[in-house]
Design a binder for this molecule. Structure first.
Ligand code: PBG
Ligand code: ZN
Length: 314
């Protein structure tokens, strides 16, 4: 049964397809030229221009969906730029929608926009104020939908964020915009390189007060159940590689489309090992993605999206 590649392909239980892959993409309003980041080889941060070419290059790889992040020129304690109608991410979303056929998912959080780097507003002791943050998330969601986002993806892990955002979107007339919930997002060391790119490290403390403890498998199911009850249209497990059991649990327990986020650290580790000649980078890329698919993910958010899609189309 393993005699040649054709037979092995015939019997393959799991397949990757470019349509499964979602590319995270960064825009920084302070830039005039494309920027790179050492800890994320091959990942570009774009200035607010050239949307047609950016979109064309992505679509040319076979990828049709992006997850957009913005880095604002100024930050404040409540992350006001996150809900500025003419803010960085709103401009990026409308630029991409007007100049490409990409499906645009908007990441919704405050950590790139707050001067303290936390995902919500803080009280005087430095704790995140959950319910005050929900009001702001509602405003961000409406501004992103107004800019043309196809899907809203809240990543801040506040309690009740899905119902708050659903209500805000409905009230503003965006009843048809689906929510992709970062439901089981773990407190992870693997987000490090992302924070270099997105300038979103907390300046004091950490995110352990709102992101999930990494050993908790049952709690992940509870978190997803809550999001489903609140109206999530799609659910997510994040990171992916170190949490394949959670992906499998979620696939077995829920009928909603399931995304898994292969995060920056997962990507950076493979890139670094490959750059040193310690691992075959292409093969490890495909194996890591196939493993996530096999675990049960319908969609994979990955910095490898374009590279993998091109390889799949060969
Ligand atoms: C913001 C956000 C983070 C990621 C996606 N959205 C970082 C964090 O929670 O600190 C991580 C993505 C990655 O590491 O690739 N809430
Ligand atoms: Zn955040």
């Amino acid at each position: 049964m393993r005699k040649n590649k054709k037979i092995r392909n015939l019997l393959s239980e799991t397949r990757l397809h470019p349509d499964d892959l979602i590319l995270p993409i960064f825009f920084d309003e302070r830039l005039s030229d494309v920027k790179t980041t050492a800890s994320m080889p091959g990942v570009k941060t774009f200035p607010l221009k050239g949307y047609g070419e950016i979109g064309h290059n992505i679509e040319d790889s076979g990828v049709s969906t992006v997850l957009v992040f913005g880095i604002p020129g100024k930050k404040d304690s409540v992350g006001s730029e996150a809900f500025n109608e003419r803010g960085v991410v709103q401009k990026a979303i409308s630029g991409l929608k007007e100049n490409s056929d990409l499906t645009v998912i908007a990441d919704l959080c405050l950590c790139e926009y707050t001067d303290h780097g936390h995902c919500g507003v803080l009280d005087k002791d430095g704790w995140v104020k959950n319910d005050e943050t929900l009001e702001l998330y509602g405003k961000v969601a409406v501004s992103q939908a107004a800019a043309g986002a196809d899907i809203i993806a809240p990543s801040g892990m506040m309690d009740g964020q899905i119902s708050a955002i659903r209500r805000a979107l409905d009230d503003a007339g965006f009843k048809e915009i689906p929510i992709m919930a970062y439901s089981a997002k773990f407190f992870s060391a693997y987000y490090g390189p992302f924070r270099d790119v997105a300038h979103s490290s907390p300046d004091s403390g950490d995110r352990a007060g709102y992101q999930m403890p990494c050993g908790n498998r049952r709690e992940a199911i509870r978190e997803i159940e809550l999001d489903v009850a609140e109206g999530a249209d799609m659910i997510m497990v994040k990171p992916a590689g170190p949490y394949l059991d959670i992906i499998r649990d979620a696939a077995n327990s829920f009928d909603l489309p399931l995304a898994a986020y292969q995060v920056s650290g997962e990507y950076a580790m493979i890139k670094a090992a490959a750059a040193n000649g310690w691992i075959n980078g292409d093969a490890a890329m495909m194996e890591s993605l196939l493993g996530i698919k096999r675990a049960g993910a319908d969609m994979i958010i990955t910095y490898y999206a374009e590279e993998a899609a091109r390889k799949l189309r060969l």
